[in-house]
Design a binder for this molecule. Structure first.
Ligand code: AVI
Length: 335
């Protein structure tokens, strides 16, 4: 097994850069009105641990839906992807649990591939690589600690290989519609004609089901959001008092997203040492932390068409809550 974390640049360089990016994004996010912090910073080691717990919650249906889809449609997905040698690239791999259903199946069918998980969280990726070490037949694997867009740079160098890119678990939902378009078009640019992309979309559904999924009874989702303030305290020398903020989330029918916030419970000032800056909060002032967009089937068709892909297959779970959509890159030809 080759374990190659951070093939693009030495880790300390990238770590220093991402620390600076974090500081800058916190400065920008807390200086603007309304205040907002990017959800990509949820995923430090503790955030990742909390997200694993969210995926096991009974209310958070998304994970079990995608498991069911892979169990029931792995044959078809394997057949469509074909028998040529390929790179199985996973953007935002996390703990890779669901992907293992596909990996096991592909290995069992004798498909010739190497697995390249890419994730922003080094701890999660290291754990995943360790867990996959004992595979028999051996799995060829190379991990990359990076953000999606750095991952795309790596992909754009794989010009002689067939690539199959996994973007699962409704990660696409954390982009706005315009960000999703830019991301998918950048992915298209980095890929070769006829490469595949498998994307997990959470579909629009009963609003109660959506609301409950992001307001679990154990308060794990609240802790997941509040951990972002704890991360600012630890990494940037902030003095947020977590008891003075409350998690709030609701589905917005106009934006089609579950929108999450941390609300300041009183008038307060927070100092962040690395930024040498104080930020004032009014009582009940919200800080936007995340949007989780939900899709109509027609939105998916439009998105594929606009960004240069052909939809090959849509695989649904039995409740019709979630779809894994297999797309193929189309270049240099009329569709
Ligand atoms: C990672 N992402 C798809 C999750 C979502 O559903 O938006 C993150 C999450 N936020 C709260 N619960 C789960």
């Amino acid at each position: 097994m080759t374990v190659q974390c951070n093939a693009l640049k030495p880790y300390d360089v990238q770590a220093a850069e991402s620390h600076q990016d974090f500081a800058l994004d916190v400065l920008l996010g807390l200086s603007r009105s309304p205040k907002a912090l990017p959800s990509k910073y949820f995923y430090d080691a503790e955030g990742n641990r909390l997200f694993q717990k969210i995926m096991d919650l009974p209310e958070y249906y998304l994970t079990e839906c995608e498991f069911e889809i892979f169990q029931n449609h792995k044959d078809r997905i394997g057949e469509l992807i074909g028998s040529d040698r390929f790179n199985l690239v996973e953007l935002g791999a996390g703990d890779g649990q669901k992907t293992r259903v596909l990996i096991d199946h592909f290995l069992g069918k004798g498909l010739d591939f190497r697995y390249i998980p890419i994730d922003i969280c080094e701890e999660a990726l290291t754990e995943l690589l360790q867990e996959l070490q004992g595979y028999s037949p051996p799995l060829r694997i190379e991990g990359l600690v990076s953000e999606y867009f750095v991952g795309l740079k790596w992909l754009s160098n794989q010009i002689h290989d067939k690539n199959v890119v996994l973007f699962l678990g409704s990660n696409i939902g954390n982009f706005s519609h315009s960000e999703a378009r830019v991301f998918l078009y950048s992915l298209w640019n980095a890929l070769n004609d006829e490469d595949y992309v498998l994307i997990g979309f959470d579909l629009k559904k009963d609003i109660h089901r959506l609301t409950v999924a992001y307001n679990d009874s154990q308060g794990i989702t609240a802790a997941f959001n509040l951990n972002l303030l704890r991360r600012i305290n630890r990494e940037l020398g902030g003095n947020f008092d977590l008891d003075q903020f409350r998690y709030y989330s609701a589905y917005n029918v106009y934006s089609g997203a579950v929108e999450s916030f941390l609300i300041s419970l009183r008038e307060q000032t927070v100092y962040v040492e690395t930024l040498n800056q104080s930020f004032s909060f009014e009582a009940w002032e919200p800080v936007h932390t995340e949007h989780s967009h939900k899709y109509l089937v027609s939105d998916i068709a439009e998105l594929a068409e606009e960004t240069g892909y052909e939809i090959i297959e849509q695989s649904y779970d039995s409740r019709g809550y979630f779809v894994d959509s297999l797309w193929q890159v189309r270049k240099n030809r009329e569709m």
